[in-house]
Design a binder for this molecule. Structure first.
Ligand SMILES: *Cc1c(COP(=O)(O)O)cnc(C)c1O
Length: 364
């Protein structure tokens, strides 16, 4: 058996030690005679899995005690509706940055419920820069400010300086961190709410994580579906109905793995090194290019194009044969995309660079 380096944007590669542990205990978890998948979510054994998972997540992200962590079905996309339904009343105004496809989807959904003021939007459908601060236009009565911390399709990421300028508005800040959660240390207390689908940097699909400051609970609209109301999850340890039990368990293994390798601080060093060497290689090459402004380049999703797009097919075929999978860019943006989440070892990035170097030399 060989495991390839999988650069898929999501569902994405998971850490090999996690997959091995899951395989080892697949048929018989902790001498219970059954798989975690086959266990009642109300059982003492499963509650132990669930509690450990949450405790480990709280530890790795240093989540303050006045935040609830909710585990919700429906992916990050369901929260595009959940956010306005839980935090606004009809007629309210909210602020949204539009920095790409995921922001646009969040705006479209929120617009069904509230007045959305677009703070700033980049050029075209796939902006390559976070708009300059001088162009930001906040609404004085906005209930919250929403941003997509990392636009997965283009690889466009908010960095510290812009985020500080957003926090300085003094409004509740909500961030979609689906594709960059836990990639580096962050100060959770600066956010009112962080949410993420699990299938990029956390675990298997089928689960979204919502980290919400307690004072934001209890304000949902009367008509909010029970299972979209965060209070339901907060009151029931996210078990009002049957949770995605196996996804929780596997996410728990990922959190434990992160803890063991030194936490988010340690993985951040590796992530930064991986991203830096890949961008440096692309920038130094005349064969490949990346169109994102250097300051906003994502640590997690590195997009690039070949000078001659007629070679795209050959590039994808060749990389696949070399054990480098899923490098095709999103159809909305074209070109290539290497998603290098926490589970991608540095050796995977080295192998990719080596392949890119050889491919360029052969086709220059
Ligand atoms: C993948 C992704 C989503 C959608 O996640 P689902 O879990 O499929 O709903 C939302 N936002 C961002 C930034 C993403 O990368």
């Amino acid at each position: 058996m060989t495991r390839a380096y999988n650069f898929s944007a999501g569902p994405a590669m998971l850490p090999e030690p996690v997959m091995r542990k899951a395989a080892d205990e697949f048929l018989d978890w902790n001498q219970t005679g059954m798989s975690v998948m086959e266990m009642s979510h109300r059982s003492k054994e499963y509650m132990q899995v669930a509690h450990q998972m949450e405790a480990d997540l709280r530890e790795v992200m240093e989540i303050p005690d006045n935040y609830k962590v909710l585990f919700i079905h429906g992916g990050a996309s369901l929260q595009f509706a959940g956010i306005p339904l839980n935090l606004t009343q009809p007629g309210d105004t909210v602020d949204y940055f539009n920095t790409g496809v995921w922001s646009t989807k969040a705006i479209k959904e929120a617009s069904r419920y509230v007045n959305v003021n677009v703070v700033a939007e980049g050029d075209g459908n796939n902006p390559t820069a976070i708009p300059a601060r001088s162009e930001w236009n906040f609404s004085p009565d906005a209930k919250y400010i929403h941003l997509c911390a990392n636009e997965t399709i283009t690889g466009l990421e908010f960095q510290e300086d812009d985020l500080e300028a957003v926090f300085a508005q003094g409004k509740p800040v909500i961030a979609d961190m689906s594709s960059n959660i836990m990639c580096r240390p962050i100060d959770v207390s600066k956010y009112a709410l962080i949410y993420a689908g699990a299938q990029k940097n956390i675990g298997p699909a089928g689960l979204a994580i919502v980290i919400v400051r307690e004072d934001l609970l209890g304000q949902a609209r009367e008509t909010t579906p029970t299972l979209l109301n965060w209070q339901t999850y907060a009151d029931n340890e996210s078990m009002f109905n049957t949770p995605a039990t196996f996804a929780w368990y596997l996410a728990g293994l990922v959190f434990a793995w992160l803890k063991e390798i030194g936490g988010v601080k340690e993985i951040a060093k590796i992530n930064q090194a991986k991203a830096r060497k890949l961008y440096e290689f692309i920038d130094a090459s005349e064969f490949y290019s990346n169109s994102i402004v250097p300051h906003n380049r994502s640590w997690m999703n590195v997009t690039f194009t070949l000078k001659n797009s007629e070679l795209d097919g050959q590039f994808l075929e060749g990389s696949k044969s070399a054990g480098l999978l899923s490098l095709k860019g999103h159809k909305a943006f074209g070109g290539m995309r290497a998603s290098i989440y926490n589970a991608m070892p540095e050796a995977g990035v080295d192998a990719l660079i080596e392949f890119m170097r050889e491919f360029a030399a052969k086709h220059a």
